[in-house]
Design a protein around this ligand. Structure first.
Ligand code: ADP
Ligand code: MG
Length: 254
């Protein structure tokens, strides 16, 4: 689904992403892990066109993403959520999901801003589809709430629903479990598995190792912008370098 080759991004003299290569098979959950500052969010910003890479190649199936702008990349089928939530707090939960569909570009953003009497069949279909997504994340009964009034965990789920509204073929999730309680994290884990069963390809940046180890097919470990290991959850947990650079962190603190 996604192929990244030699991806490099400097900020000043520091390589935030340093010759990173990986391939994400279609229908898999591929995790990116590593300490804070390892370059994970920057990889997402490069894939989504928010930042231009200094070098390297990014391809979604046969489509070269380098050089495309963020809306073209969204239209090609890439959707994301953010480490720091970026919802429209005063818009309703349902409206937030509907905006996600416009990101794909098929509905025409300008046309959507033009006032028309009544609701067109297209808009009605879009709302039905968005309500279906809300039901999948357990938020149907809150469709009319201002998004900013949802508890934090539900805002994270809403952001995923909004990303899904664009019908992506690749979904990038940046720390979706951050700030969630144990029950919410379990719900999220189940939801990610259901998305995978439906054939969606996901790249997951996450610090919650229980979630990563449970859902990921493969894991790429980054440190100081460089790949230090790639493997299955079992292989990653057994690798001494990964334990030293990352998984051992908590033990050292104890
Ligand atoms: N827009 C930016 N300008 C300058 N430095 C940045 C920018 N974004 C990230 N960085 C730096 O790049 C490195 C990687 O950051 P980031 O990708 O956010 O790491 P992670 O998501 O793994 O915690 C860090 O040293 C960070 O300070
Ligand atoms: Mg980050």
């Amino acid at each position: 689904m996604l192929q990244v080759e030699g991806l490099t991004k400097y900020f000043g003299g520091v390589a935030a992403v340093d010759h990173v290569s990986f391939t994400v098979p279609e229908g898999s959950i591929y995790a990116l892990i590593g300490p804070n500052g390892a370059g994970k969010t920057t990889v997402f910003n490069l894939i989504t066109g928010v930042l231009p890479p200094d070098s390297g190649k990014i391809s979604l199936k046969d489509c070269r993403l380098n050089g495309l702008n963020p809306s073209q990349i969204a239209a090609a089928g890439v959707a994301r959520t953010f480490q720091n939530l970026q919802l429209f707090g005063s818009m309703t939960v349902l409206e937030n999901v509907v905006t996600g569909a416009y990101l794909r570009g098929s509905m025409g953003f300008v046309r959507s801003m033009v006032r028309r009497p009544g609701i067109s069949p297209e808009d009605r279909a879009l709302m039905q589809y968005s309500l279906g997504l809300l039901s999948e994340v357990g938020l149907s009964d809150k469709a009319g709430w201002p998004a900013g009034r949802l508890p934090f965990g539900q805002q994270r789920l809403l952001e995923i629903a909004r990303a899904l509204a664009s019908c992506p073929s690749l979904l990038l999730l940046d720390e979706p479990a951050a700030g969630l309680n144990t029950g919410e994290t379990r719900e999220l884990t189940g939801f990610l598995k259901r998305l995978k069963e439906k054939g969606l390809t996901i790249i997951l940046v996450e610090h919650d190792m229980d979630t990563v180890m449970e859902v990921a097919d493969s894991i790429l470990v980054l440190d100081f912008g460089r790949v230090i290991f790639e493997g299955t959850p079992v292989e990653v947990q057994a690798n001494p370098e990964v334990i030293r650079a990352y998984l051992g962190e908590e033990d050292e603190e104890c």
